[in-house]
Design a protein around this ligand. Structure first.
Ligand SMILES: *Cc1c(COP(=O)(O)O)cnc(C)c1O
Length: 361
């Protein structure tokens, strides 16, 4: 059986170091927001060439606190892609704002800059882009739109650790870049974790205050805060794994290259463009008979996933919350996309086997 993802296999190479790191953190006697969190924040900001990094508890709260940092009036509109993981939308709702969905580009699967501009109203406060599957959005055009209309720009980088557009890292384009380090992400902790990147000192201070009950000095609360603290064990693990992020991304890029070079053209593959350094958090193809293909692969002992089967506006939880307009581009992607095995734990032979079986479909 070729798994879609096996977290044990993806971490096995690092087991010895991970055990040592965990034991030494246990023995340090300090478990939340300490030196190891500070070390990781410094290293992750340096990796992405930003001035500040604030370690947080998870990706959803990285998005939520990013929005909260701007103190938007309730009901302020935030433009988001219509094809994203539900967390992006939930963060906007949790912040008391209104998600306004803009359609993606059918070739990149990322939010279409022209659709952003069409959806701007006098009530728009921010644009929240998602660098889906590990490919950056068109950040030059989107940056221009945000400057022109005086909108805040937040990046959901949960799938784009190490991805670049024109040489610049995701998370370094907007006012704030929000990351998740959920175990399956390209930079994955061994539990929940998240972070925000920024070059803005004031925003960095607000977010580090919000993550710890709105308090900078113990028992004095300046803001209505949250508990979204990063713990020392996850931070120490992340500092170690950050040193291997390029190696992890290169492995995934190498596997993606095998698909590009060997999969027959019946499958619509991701676009490749020299302006983009893609990290293939997800390697997806599209096919009109997606469900049949998924079943066929499973019969041949190959597991795949669908990211995502149901678009946000058609989710049960969003009934009466998101508008019930149709989003045809998003719906087409959800209907035809299939994510293939492409993780750090997969070998070239695994991928050749997937290709061989797929080419007989
Ligand atoms: C994983 C993910 C998140 C949420 O991160 P958590 O750490 O699970 O809260 C947000 N947005 C996108 C696009 C994601 O893939």
């Amino acid at each position: 059986m070729i798994e879609y993802e096996n977290l044990r296999a993806s971490n096995e190479l690092f087991f010895e170091e991970l055990k040592e790191i965990t034991i030494s953190t246990i023995e340090s006697g300090w478990y939340i927001l300490g030196e190891k969190v500070k070390e990781f924040e410094k290293a992750f900001a340096a990796y992405n060439h930003t001035s500040y990094c604030i370690g947080l508890a998870n990706g959803l709260e990285a998005l939520l606190l990013s929005l909260k940092a701007f103190n938007f009036k309730p009901g302020t509109e935030v433009i988001v892609p219509s094809n994203t993981y539900i967390a992006t939308i939930l963060a906007v709702l949790d912040a008391g704002c209104k998600p306004v969905m803009a359609e993606p580009d059918i070739t990149t699967y990322n939010i279409n800059p022209e659709e952003i501009e069409k959806n701007i109203t006098s009530n728009t406060g921010a644009v929240m882009v998602v660098h889906l599957y590990g490919k950056c959005c068109e950040m030059d055009k989107i940056g221009d739109i945000c400057r022109k209309h005086h909108l805040k720009l937040i990046e959901d980088c949960a799938q784009s650790h190490g991805a670049k557009f024109k040489g610049k890292y995701s998370g370094a384009f907007g006012d704030l870049g929000a990351f998740s380090f959920y175990p399956t992400k390209n930079l994955g902790a061994l539990g929940d974790a998240g972070a925000v990147l920024t070059d803005n000192e004031d925003l960095a201070k607000i977010i580090s205050c919000l993550r710890n009950y709105g308090s900078q000095r113990k028992y004095y609360n300046d803001l209505v805060g949250y508990n979204s603290r990063l713990d020392e064990i996850q931070a120490a693990i992340l500092s170690f794994k950050l040193r291997h992020l390029d190696e992890i991304n290169e492995h995934k890029r190498m596997l993606a290259k095998l698909y590009f070079e060997n999969l027959k053209d019946d499958f619509i593959k991701p676009v490749v463009d020299q302006d983009y350094f893609d990290v293939y958090h997800i390697f997806n193809i599209r096919h009109p008979k997606r469900d049949e293909l998924k079943k066929y692969l499973l019969e041949h002992d190959i597991k795949t996933e669908i990211h995502y089967p149901v678009p946000p506006h058609q989710q049960k939880a969003m009934k009466g919350i998101l508008d019930d307009k149709s989003y045809p581009v998003s719906e087409e992607i959800h209907r035809t996309t299939l994510s293939l095995p492409c993780s750090f734990g997969h070998t070239e032979n695994d991928i050749y086997r997937v290709i061989e079986i797929m080419n007989k479909f």
